[in-house]
Ligand binder design. Sequence first.
Ligand SMILES: C[S@@+](CC[C@H](N)C(=O)[O-])C[C@H]1O[C@@H](n2cnc3c(N)ncnc32)[C@H](O)[C@@H]1O
Length: 274
Amino acid sequence: MMEEKGRENGVAAMKACYRRFDPAAYLQYNYTPPRADFTRKDSIVPWKLACLHRAFTEGDMSGELLVDIGSGPTLYQVMSGCEVFSKVLLTDFLEVNRQELRRWLQDEGQCSLDWTPYLQHVCKLEGRRPSAWTEKAAKLRQVVADILPIDVHCSQPLAPDALPSAGADCLVSCFCLESVSPDLAAFTRALGHIGKLLRPGGHLMLIGALGESYYLAGPGVKIPVVPLNEAQVCTSLKESGYTLIRLEVYTLTQDMRVGVDDVTGVFFAKAKKD
Ligand SMILES: C[S@@+](CC[C@H](N)C(=O)[O-])C[C@H]1O[C@@H](n2cnc3c(N)ncnc32)[C@H](O)[C@@H]1O
């Protein structure tokens, strides 16, 4: 009973931190150069896009439905998957983030970030001309079927009728679970909760921060993060009913440490639900 109360308090404190999340500032901190410098192979964003491109195109994916868990205000994480899956659902806990995504999908301007260089870069990875980015943008707008509220701390993170009863064919989740959980146990529980959304044999692509204890989600908005190491990621995946296919690690160069967090590395895990 006491233990349960403690858990609830930890989760509630994390949710309170997110009241001040500023999508425009978050995008500026993490999704502009040097972290998103497409002229450099050692920049974080091109590394993430290359991992996602490889994982989605190596021929072991099947099915129709891809769900992105904790999308935030970003779209890069579904730019490869939108060519493989015919239906994509974006999800986030915060209405401000869902609104930011809606603005891009409805193509009405006033987006906080221009996703064009991202679309161009993924086209290049796919062996297409960078100018094919307009087709990719149209494809992405066509396959995103909805933007839903989610809470990974609930044993049922989405509304009951949000997914077909068999579950999604694939999940992608980037920098969400470790940055919304009060501790490693909550991170592992959240991994189990999202696993319920995935059909057996379906894939999970998990990207996250290593060694991070906080990040800034706006000026003066410091959000605590569970500092993870590679071994903990592997153990949590196993405990939550996934078989690891591959784990890749990126170590931040000195110039990627721009003062908006204390992250030391990024992991990319591709796993399969047992
Ligand atoms: C660090 S951001 C990651 C955003 C994006 N996926 C990316 O790759 O940059 C963490 C996201 O988790 C969302 N979030 C906060 N609490 C959550 C919860 N309980 N369940 C699901 N998502 C949550 C936040 O709104 C935020 O968009």
